[in-house]
Design a protein around this ligand. Structure first.
Ligand SMILES: *Cc1c(COP(=O)(O)O)cnc(C)c1O
Length: 383
């Protein structure tokens, strides 16, 4: 008799994934199907798997898992977050207009402005935390938002933007890398597509690159599947397994990272060498109330400005437990300097408008002891 399916909480879904175990052997760790091709049982017969660019059982388990976590019907896994976004952009054609959060991951900005702009797609970078700036044109086909944004942690109203997009026949696309489905599920709020850099919190261990798209609409999913198998930037079986393993601990990692981030943000705010702290979990953050209306947590990303540019080099050179490295979301606490690294591709005037200055540092808080993270920042700031 089939076991009755119960509605599981996200904390359980992350551990058990889509299928979870291997039905053939009962292995509780889903197998890595390290095979490029699959033997056909007979003429015009297939096991359901033909060639790993089209479909691979390990990748499929991961794709179904991310779809389930995001409350979506279809998930797609790619070799990186940028590969996911490049696949997404293949849905559009020359002449299309896309509204984009002006405060966003530098690599996404570069892909849009230096690659897709060349092929005739027009992007407008606006402050999507201000609904008045979201102005649709006749050729607007999509709104692409990050919330919280990177690195200024601005919050965009997913419900309202999705509603406006729908009225104009445009897609609402949300890069959900910072909060993950554990804290925020954009499809439940009306968005059409979710994008992830799985390299970050989903993988969680700074050891693998990955990217995802999740969608409900069947026709859009069919097109994305064609694009995925045609472009070929699929996630490899071993990397798919690593991300599946990472996702199992997503809820415990994020709870710990968020608790640590809250302590670090409060401590930074009081520090006399720190000018400003941007953390969504601080009640005086401008997006605090809106974030609580659409998400169940604040995440663990903080940006802060030190009082002088001289301090930047001092902090980056003196941190020791904290690594001075790009990326975010993993168990290790990392610090970066957006103006020179993650956001170097963004032109100076746009950076200035957004608020990315030469004193801004970005911290991805890990799962170490909060006391040790604070002590490391203390010795780095105070010398
Ligand atoms: C890192 C990142 C990306 C790009 O993902 P990769 O896996 O590095 O290709 C896209 N969006 C956001 C918000 C990111 O942080």
């Amino acid at each position: 008799m089939a076991k009755k399916k119960q509605q599981l909480h996200l904390d359980s879904l992350v551990v058990h994934g889509s299928q979870g175990f291997d039905p053939l052997t009962g292995a509780v760790s889903f197998p890595i199907y390290q095979s490029a091709t699959f033997r056909h049982p007979g003429l015009n017969e297939t096991t359901g798997y033909d060639y790993s660019r089209l479909q691979n059982p390990t990748r499929e388990e991961l794709e179904k898992t991310i779809a389930k976590l995001e409350s979506g019907a279809h998930g797609f896994a790619y070799s990186s977050g940028m590969a996911a976004i490049a696949n997404l952009l293949q849905l559009f054609k020359p002449g299309d207009h896309i509204l984009v959060s002006d405060d966003l991951y530098g690599g996404t900005f570069r892909l849009f402005e230096e690659i897709y702009h060349e092929s005739g797609i027009v992007f407008d970078f606006v402050n999507t935390s201000d609904l008045d700036q979201i102005k649709f044109k006749d050729n607007t086909v999509a709104v692409f938002i990050e919330t919280p944004s990177n690195p200024m942690m601005k919050i965009a109203d997913i419900r309202e933007i999705a509603k406006k997009a729908k009225q104009h026949g445009a897609l609402c696309i949300v890069d959900n890398t910072f909060l993950t489905p554990y804290f925020q599920r954009p499809l439940e709020l009306g968005a059409d597509l979710v994008v992830h850099s799985g390299t970050k919190y989903l993988g969680g261990h700074n050891d693998t690159l990955a990217g995802f798209l999740v969608v409900n609409d069947a026709a859009c999913a069919e097109r994305l599947q064609l694009i995925q198998k045609s472009l070929g930037a699929v996630l490899a079986p071993f990397d798919s397994w690593l991300i599946l393993r990472g996702i199992k601990t997503l809820s415990v990692r994020l709870e710990r990272q968020q608790a640590n981030a809250m302590r670090v943000a409060i401590w930074l705010k009081e520090h006399k060498k720190v000018d400003s702290v941007h953390y969504v979990g601080l009640p005086d953050h401008p997006g605090y109330a809106l974030n609580l209306k659409q998400a169940s947590g604040f995440g663990a990303m903080i940006s802060f400005s030190v009082k002088s540019k001289k301090m930047v080099a001092q902090v980056l050179e003196r941190v020791s437990l904290i690594y001075y490295a790009e990326s975010l979301g993993g168990v290790e606490t990392l610090i970066t300097y957006p103006i020179e690294q993650t956001h170097a591709a963004i032109p100076a005037d746009l950076r200035a408008r957004i608020g990315i200055n030469d004193r801004l540092l970005r911290l991805s808080v890990g799962i170490e002891s909060a006391d040790d993270i604070i002590n490391d920042l203390k010795q780095a700031l105070e010398g």
